[in-house]
Ligand binder design. Structure first.
Ligand code: FAD
Ligand code: SF4
Length: 511
């Protein structure tokens, strides 16, 4: 054969660049379920089922398209369990003239693929992944000579480049960003239409059995399994989201309610990240909903900004800064990740709710990730790399290029403000305003230093106090320090002492 074409779990697009460059008559596709990748990170079992099932469905589609596909199943006795050895076996078996692939999404896997040239003495042609809307070169050009790499300016350039929500050179509605309108507090009686659900077919049921057998000790509930596993289903999920949830996406983007894990969010990230949905097409669908009068501009702009802005921007940061980015720890946070992140076994209602929902569905929406689990880790000084490993494991949409900048940068400020202009730190007051979690909590959200005071309150001030040297000069935090300095010294020390007690309880299961 001419080319061996490896296709990875996040490359499930029929028009992937390497497939466009290949020829079904002369080339051979290789897809691999390898144990080493499943062990590299302690993935949620629902995520494993999703990935393996979506891969198996994709292999079927590729075969329909006329490709020859070697599919190495996890339980194939010849499966060596790692990418490089499987490539080696395929090279021996098929004798290709070259390896042809689309750039892997993860720095580690890309480095591994680059080594195949020497490992197997064969040319390796690696093509750009043009499913993204901003290439590495474009992002480097944008970042060059800028003092600050703010997402907002990148996003405006992407709007100009794609013409999305533009009227000539001006943004529709004469504003680039409608975020201030997207912070409505939730009302308890609000009901949201559940996201699209798809019953498992025979392929998915087989994969559920496989994952149950091979990963018995892993976290996360497999059933009920309702995710889309092929393109047609993912497109149906996108249509349903635009129809039912998009109109309210903006208003309640930052809101959280117990018993409503999905609110008006799309739950499309896993499908976009694996290639079942195309980001630009999705943005155009949302834009059309605005032009049809179906969804307001604040909702549509908010949704498009997440995909065209944040998603492309964090990818740009990842490739610009790896591999050093993974080890950043600007705030020198050294505490171990508490065990309750894996079990949800804590009296803090907000943490328990989000962690339990995560273990059930391999999903949490953005504000739950940023302002509950991320915020707690930031305030408590949890090691950012350990937290990164947790996020990468527990969410079905988690791939390193998108998860890592969100965790290390946006949520933990471990990149010293490269990604965000100030840390996303908040006390219980914010959580109480944006959710109904505090009502069912063991702790008192109005109390700062008593024995049952909300842990977020004292930890918030402890965080601000211990990082004063670094943060006090930040103009966006001057009010915070003014308020702290106004507090009488005995109240300050009672608050800091309560925080020390909370930190002491972290790993004893006492929280
Ligand atoms: P919606 O709220 O419906 O948003 C629409 C789409 O916008 C998403 O599907 C996603 O593709 C994109 N998007 C939204 N916010 C972001 C963002 N900050 N960065 C990149 N894309 C974004 N997203 C991932 O896809 N994978 C991850 O592993 C991941 N890890 C995260 C870790 C932390 C600590 C934080 C704070 C955020 C993380 N995010 C991650 C970003 C965001 O939380 C998820 O994309 C979003 O919650 C997915 O749910 P949804 O599809 O319902 O999103
Ligand atoms: Fe979370 Fe504090 Fe509210 Fe409890 S009181 S739910 S710990 S914010």
């Amino acid at each position: 054969i001419r080319s061996l074409i490896p296709v990875f779990a996040d490359q499930l697009s029929p028009d992937l660049s390497c497939l466009r460059a290949g020829d079904p008559d002369q080339d051979h596709i290789l897809m691999m379920e390898v144990r080493a990748e499943g062990d590299q990170v302690w993935h949620h079992r629902k995520k494993l089922v999703y990935l393996f099932s979506a891969m198996r469905h994709h292999a079927r589609i590729l075969r329909h398209m006329g490709w020859r596909v070697d599919y190495i199943a996890l339980d194939d006795p010849r499966n060596s369990g790692n990418f490089t050895q499987e490539i080696g076996r395929a090279v021996n078996r098929l004798g290709p003239e070259r390896i042809l692939l689309t750039e892997p999404g993860e720095w580690r896997v890309k480095t591994m693929a680059q080594s195949w040239r020497d490992d197997f003495n064969i040319p390796v042609d690696m093509l750009e992944d043009d499913r993204f809307l901003c290439s590495h070169e474009e992002f480097q050009d944008w970042a060059r000579d800028r003092k600050q790499l703010r997402m907002e300016y990148f996003y405006r350039d992407m709007r100009r480049k794609t013409g999305l929500l533009m009227k000539g050179s001006q943004p529709l509605g004469d504003r680039w960003n409608f975020d201030p309108e997207n912070r409505k507090t939730p009302k308890e009686e609000m009901c949201f239409t559940p996201p699209a659900a798809f019953p498992p077919d025979s392929i998915t049921r087989e994969v559920i059995d496989l994952v149950t057998r091979h990963f018995p000790d892993r976290i996360g509930k497999i059933r009920p399994f309702r995710m889309a596993v092929e393109r047609a289903q993912a497109e149906e999920a996108a249509r349903q989201f635009i129809q039912t949830a998009l109109p309210r996406f903006g208003d309640y983007q930052d809101a959280m309610l117990g018993g409503q894990p999905f609110m008006a969010h799309s739950l499309l990230s896993a499908y976009i990240n694996t290639g079942l949905l195309e980001p630009l097409k999705l943005c155009r669908m949302a834009e059309q909903a605005y032009h049809d009068g179906h969804a307001p501009l604040n909702a549509v702009e908010g949704f498009i900004r997440q995909i065209l802005g944040w998603r492309e921007y964090v990818r740009g940061i990842y490739w610009l800064k790896m591999p050093e980015y993974a080890g950043l720890n600007a705030l020198d946070a050294q505490r171990d990740l508490p065990g309750f992140y894996w079990t949800g076994d804590t009296g803090m209602s907000c943490m328990r709710t989000v962690i339990n929902e995560t273990m059930n569905s391999a999903y949490a929406h953005h504000i739950q990730r940023l302002m509950i689990t991320g915020n707690f880790a930031l305030l408590a000084g949890i090691n950012p790399y350990q937290l990164h490993e947790w996020y990468l494991a527990v969410y079905a949409d988690a791939f390193e290029w998108v998860e890592m900048p969100n965790t290390i940068g946006m949520s933990q400020f471990a990149d010293d403000g490269l990604l965000g202009s100030k840390p996303y730190a908040a006390s219980g007051n914010y959580i109480n305003r944006m959710s109904d979690y505090c009502r069912g909590c063991l702790y008192d959200v109005k109390d700062r230093d008593g024995p049952m005071a909300c842990p977020f309150n004292s930890l918030y001030w402890h965080f601000m106090d211990r990082h004063r040297d670094r943060l006090a000069a930040n103009p966006r935090l001057s009010n915070v320090y003014r308020n702290w300095d106004r507090l009488e010294p005995d109240k300050q020390s009672a608050c800091l002492s309560r925080a020390e007690t909370v930190l002491g309880q972290l790993n004893t299961g006492g929280l």
